[in-house]
Ligand binder design. Structure first.
Ligand SMILES: [Zn+2]
Length: 882
């Protein structure tokens, strides 16, 4: 009521004043949207939310509205800035202060102190990166309205002492899809939850992209970080419905040791402020120290950029409909035992949208108040964290990325990632020695004593994950996400750790990252050749094929004007189109193109042109979404498959079908139910037993099937492949004990050797680089493994199997991250190629292209795709290049 009256008064006053843009009356959310925000069954749609934010910006001098770019599906990505007029008028100066405090090199303490008194902390708030978590996207409407209009001591204190940066949705595309679907299915028998990925490529993994920066939305958020250098980021989420009502920091163990301890303390400080504000407002069911940990940078970019990450997770309702305890409305939801980090249980059996909206709003204002009331402390701490980072004086001191790399393209990509994250990169203009090793001109150095050295360190070092168990020798406590992110290992780039101080005075600080300049060789007498070790080769090949240039591979080492190229080198006739494409790709990626003037005495393969690839994409399958992004990046000639393809002859459309992890037999055969999803989802209905049989016959008649991760089981089932899994079902311990972290009192004796557990790590691997599917691979390079499976071959009379990649027969198989039960993996197979009648099947038990982050092993995937349909050619035929 108070708010409404204040707005009414403001409106009356505004009418009495001379007309100014700022003094037009401002609609309340309910006036603007036609319903009270948080009303059961009603959701404000994203375009209308933007209209409202524009409405506020047009009428309030406390609000700036800015479109930062467009999303993957073409929606506006928006930033709204709120503060007192006096602050917005000096916004450039405030931002400049943030920049100065975040790079204290050459900034005297006294000057820093003056800046912390002059500046104000910035609170970066974003809602609904996960689009089915609909409540927070509604909550921010009320928050925006209050910040724009309310004239209370609390709001004025916030406006005077902070700048609020609000991104109303971190994934607008999904918000549109989910809410449109919600309204379209109203009063129908159909499922109300949008059944597909709510981000075109990443789906729910869109908040696992904060170190690879592959998606446009991630890049736009990182741009906001770089431009404004906020003090705190608040990332609003929702969680499941049956636990606590809301999680606020502090986080649970473990924390990445590269996170500054002050940031962890600050997270707790804001979390405590939120918890007490919620409890004071009579909101119950608030939990801290719960399942969310601080390990992977994939979710916490800001923690390496001087800011505590404030994660809030509120229990979900049934989208906008109330959730009623299935056991009865009078049976309370969630745990009922109070504890110090769960002070008051939630005592109702009903949970609704308005609860989510209110909890979210209270938490945000508690966080803002904390910043406003301790304005100078927050800026001092912001400065302190960066000062400690720039004054780092401990081993490792630096990382060196040698100039000479098997894959110049991924090296360039790796440097680019560091550059996007504002890591300073130096390049050597002459040969040098570091840590006792000699490096050539052009090698790159990342000195860790710099503002974002912590980000560089966590990304470039190997992860040692603590062995967290429920009790000694007992089951592992699951991490919230994966445990390894070593960029060099993920991307196939050699990175050296330097434990001695390194003087970088003579090195060049790069202002931009460019691919290594390479020149096309003089037009060869016989053929161009490309080493198989760079991923850029596949980019080149896709474009060559599109231009109608034939592509061959040599199956042994060949000599290119004196340089040996490993087995699998691409051989390309030196046509005008070939020169053009290779020149372009070399410029864009640093690809090294070689020349061969004489015909070698080797056999090889002619790749089929076009090689028509079908990507199986079950609805809401994230690995398929990521793979779609990957195939688009590499411009592979592919189509996303659907059940509709099974109306015709598969062989007429596809040479290769890729089954991403998560493609089960049931998802192929049954798919989505027509009773729960209208005809617009027909593409995702199952193909039935008939379709399953059709797929089997397509392989046997000459198709190539590539299966990854859990889809290997599907392929095994389809074609009776002669392999069997060696790990426990699901590739992990069967169950974790109920109860809380660290307080399980069940004391069974579990032999550590009986546990296999790998929730996401880089594991050592041996590759057969002489096998066409292993072409271009190092003989030894880790694979990413996450709850995956390994296999052993079983006898077969009619199916021939060859192991391309396997786990080495040695004791410690983890190259980075957490693995329990190495002995079960030793000498077991991962990538296997099968001849099934006329067809080919390649299975990859681990997720070779995991979230498109595991780039070092893309070659296995691409080789598998192209090799099946390729034609073997003898040396004489190869010589003709036709
Ligand atoms: Zn979420």
């Amino acid at each position: 009521m108070a708010t409404v009256r204040l707005v009414y008064l403001a409106a009356v006053l505004a009418l009495a004043l001379p007309a100014a843009a700022e003094s037009q009356p401002i609609d309340t959310p309910s006036e603007f949207f036609g319903f009270e925000i948080g009303t059961d069954g009603e959701l404000a749609r994203y375009p209308k939310v933007l209209e409202y934010l524009i409405h506020l910006a047009d009428r309030s001098e406390r609000v700036n509205y800015e479109v930062r770019g467009t999303t993957t599906n073409g929606h506006p990505y928006v930033l709204v800035t709120f503060s007192a007029k006096a602050n917005l008028d000096r916004l450039d100066r405030l931002v400049e202060i943030n920049h100065q405090l975040s790079d204290p090199r050459g900034l005297p303490e006294t000057e820093a102190g003056a800046l912390t008194r002059e500046g104000v902390p910035f609170y970066f708030l974003y809602a609904t990166i996960h689009s089915t978590e609909v409540g927070n996207g509604q909550s921010i409407i009320r928050i925006a309205h209050r910040l724009a209009t309310e004239d209370s001591p609390e709001i004025n204190e916030i406006l005077d002492n902070t700048v609020v940066l609000l991104t109303p949705s971190q994934n607008p595309d999904g918000q549109v899809l989910v809410i449109d679907h919600w309204y379209e299915t109203r009063d129908t028998p159909f499922q109300r939850t949008y059944p597909d990925l709510y981000h075109r490529y990443a789906g729910h993994d869109n908040n696992r992209d904060w170190f690879m920066f592959t998606q446009k939305e991630t890049r736009m958020a990182v741009d906001i970080h770089s431009e404004y250098r906020p003090t705190v980021t608040h990332d609003m989420h929702q969680m499941g419905s049956d636990g606590a009502r809301m999680f606020v920091p502090p986080f649970r163990e473990p924390a990445d040791p590269n996170i500054h301890p002050l940031l962890i303390a600050e997270q707790a400080q804001i979390g405590m402020a939120m918890s007490s504000a919620l409890v004071a407002a009579g909101k119950t069911g608030i939990i801290q120290n719960d399942r969310y940990d601080l390990w992977t940078p994939a979710r916490q970019y800001m923690l390496y950029h001087g800011q505590p990450r404030i994660l809030t997770e509120i229990a979900s309702a049934r989208l906008a409909d109330p959730l009623v305890n299935p056991a009865g409305a009078n049976r309370p939801l969630g745990p009922q035992d109070s504890r110090t980090d769960f002070p008051v249980p939630y005592d109702s059996g009903v949970w609704r949208l308005s609860d989510i909206v209110e909890y979210g709003e209270i938490a945000v204002f508690a966080g803002l108040k904390q910043l406003a009331q301790h304005r100078t402390d927050w800026l001092e701490n912001f400065y302190r964290v960066h000062k400690d980072w720039v004054e780092r004086d401990a081993a490792p001191y630096a990382f060196v990325i040698p100039a000479d790399q098997p894959d110049p393209f991924e090296t360039y990509e790796l440097l680019n990632i560091l550059d996007v994250a504002e890591v300073e990169i130096h390049q050597a203009r002459s040969a040098f020695t570091a840590g006792g090793t000699s490096y050539s001109t052009g090698s790159w150095v990342i000195d860790l004593a710099q503002p974002y050295g912590a980000f560089a360190k966590t990304m470039l070092e190997e992860q040692t994950y603590p062995d967290l168990r429920y009790y000694p020798g007992g089951p592992p406590i699951p991490p919230y996400d994966v445990t390894a992110h070593t960029l060099g290992l993920l991307m196939g780039v050699h990175v050296d750790t330097i434990d001695d101080p390194l003087d970088i005075a003579g090195f060049e600080l790069l202002d931009a990252i460019r691919p290594t300049m390479t020149e096309l060789p003089e037009r060869p007498e016989w053929a161009y050749a490309i080493s198989p070790t760079s991923n850029a080769g596949y980019k080149a090949v896709a474009q060559l094929q599109a231009a109608g240039v034939p592509v061959f591979r040599a199956n042994e080492t060949v000599n290119a004007r004196g340089e040996p190229l490993a087995p699998g080198a691409w051989i390309i006739p030196p046509t005008r189109d070939a020169s053009r494409v290779l020149g372009e790709v070399a410029k864009e990626t640093g690809l090294v193109v070689s020349a061969m003037d004489r015909v070698p005495e080797v056999n090889g393969y002619a790749w089929r042109s076009p090689t028509r690839v079908g990507l199986w994409r079950a609805p809401n399958n994230m690995p398929a979404g990521w793979m779609r992004w990957l195939f688009e990046q590499y411009e592979l000639d592919h189509q996303v498959m659907s059940s509709l393809d099974f109306d015709g002859d598969l062989a007429e459309k596809y040479d290769v079908i890729v089954l991403p992890s998560g493609t089960t037999r049931s998802r192929i055969v049954n798919g989505l139910s027509s009773r729960r999803h209208d005809a617009s989802w027909r593409w995702a209905y199952g193909v039935g037993e008939e379709g399953w049989e059709k797929l089997r016959q397509w392989v046997k008649a000459g198709g190539t099937l590539v299966a990854l991760g859990t889809a290997v089981e599907t392929a095994r089932d389809l074609l009776s492949l002669p392999i069997e899994p060696v790990l426990p079902p699901g590739g992990q311990v069967a169950a974790t004990p109920p109860g809380r972290t660290g307080t399980v009192d069940v004391q069974e004796t579990v032999e550590p050797t009986s546990i296999f557990y790998c929730p996401g790590a880089l594991l050592h691997q041996e590759h057969d680089a002489a096998h066409p599917i292993g072409f271009g691979m190092a003989e030894r390079w880790p694979v990413f493994f996450r709850f995956d499976q390994a296999y052993r071959l079983t006898p077969s009379v009619d199916i021939e199997a060859e192991v391309v990649s396997r786990y080495p027969d040695e004791a410690d198989l983890s190259a980075s991250g957490w693995l329990l039960g190495d002995e079960l993996l030793r000498n077991q197979a991962n990538v296997i190629s099968f001849d099934v009648e006329q067809g080919t099947v390649v299975t990859m038990g681990s997720q070779i292209a995991f979230r498109t982050q595991a780039r070092a092993t893309f070659k296995l995937l691409f080789n598998a795709i192209f090799q099946g349909p390729a034609t073997p050619v003898d040396a004489d035929t190869l010589a003709t290049l036709q």
